[in-house]
Design a protein around this ligand. Structure first.
Ligand code: HEC
Length: 229
């Protein structure tokens, strides 16, 4: 007789006894009375018995499970080697789902991060534009100090090359326009361009004047004649 069978027998006896005792208790008013110790012992025997057999049975089951697990492993191996899908398919699927979910989450996170970055970039963009202008202004202003664009030296260049047409003070009169009204006289890069390449009736000075002289005269025009910077 196996431990499992004995466990079931103990369990059935316990259940039947419990029902019987409570039934008798309902019918017989003097119950349990003197029968009390007997009932206690009766239940104690089968409670201890069923507990013992339960423990023993559990051990048996562990041994069986270990055996089964071995068989299953062997079976799984055989299946995998045979190229079949491993048996824990649903588990794999659910794990796949959770992976994709987590991927989606990370993507969202990236998107958010990207949005933040782009918004930051957007915020920075005007700043950098301002900085760009400032840098240009810096070149224009700093040209006198750092880049060697010297409006004082430019004054000489202007007097020698430009005053013929634009007048001694640059306000025009001798065939050239008043520079304060001219768009390219408002900033040094365009003034340099105009002097170097000429245009609109004004001869190019790219071949006659050095880069430094052009920068200086442009600085003079923008800063002294027009009064910018
Ligand atoms: C031969 C005459 C002549 C000389 C010399 C001359 N210019 Fe001009 N300049 C002109 C004329 C004409 C214009 C008008 C061009 C136009 O309308 O686009 C002009 C325009 C300009 C402009 C404004 C361009 C624009 O479109 O905003 C600048 C700046 C300028 N000159 C600087 C100079 C400087 C600096 C020199 C000396 C290196 C010089 N010019 C020498 C005739 C001259």
């Amino acid at each position: 007789m196996s431990n499992e069978t004995l466990l079931y027998i103990c369990g059935i006896i316990l259940a039947v006894s419990a029902v019987g005792v409570s039934f008798i208790g309902l019918k017989v008013k003097s119950f349990p009375g003197k029968a009390m110790p007997l009932i206690v012992v009766w239940f104690a025997i089968f409670v201890v018995g069923s507990t013992t057999f339960a423990v023993l049975h559990a051990k048996d089951e562990d041994a069986n499970k270990a055996k089964e697990a071995k068989y299953e492993e062997a079976g799984e191996k055989a299946e995998r080697e045979g190229g079949h899908v491993p048996p824990l398919k649903s588990g794999n699927e659910s794990s796949g789902e959770s992976e994709s979910e987590s991927e989606g989450g990370s993507e969202e996170g990236e998107e958010e991060a990207g949005a933040e970055e782009s918004s930051e970039a957007a915020e920075e963009a005007p700043e950098s534009a301002e900085e760009g202008e400032a840098a240009e202004g810096g070149v224009a202003e700093g040209g006198a100090t750092a880049g060697g664009a010297d409006p004082e030296a430019g004054a000489t260049v202007f007097a020698e090359n430009c005053s013929v047409c634009h007048g001694e003070d640059g306000h025009g009169g001798a065939g050239g326009p008043d520079l304060t009204t001219m768009p390219k006289a408002q900033n040094e890069p365009e003034a340099i361009e105009q002097v170097t390449d000429g245009g609109g009736g004004m001869p190019p000075f790219g071949g006659q004047l050095s880069e430094e002289e052009i920068q200086n005269v442009a600085a003079f025009v923008v800063q002294k004649v027009v009064g910018k910077g």
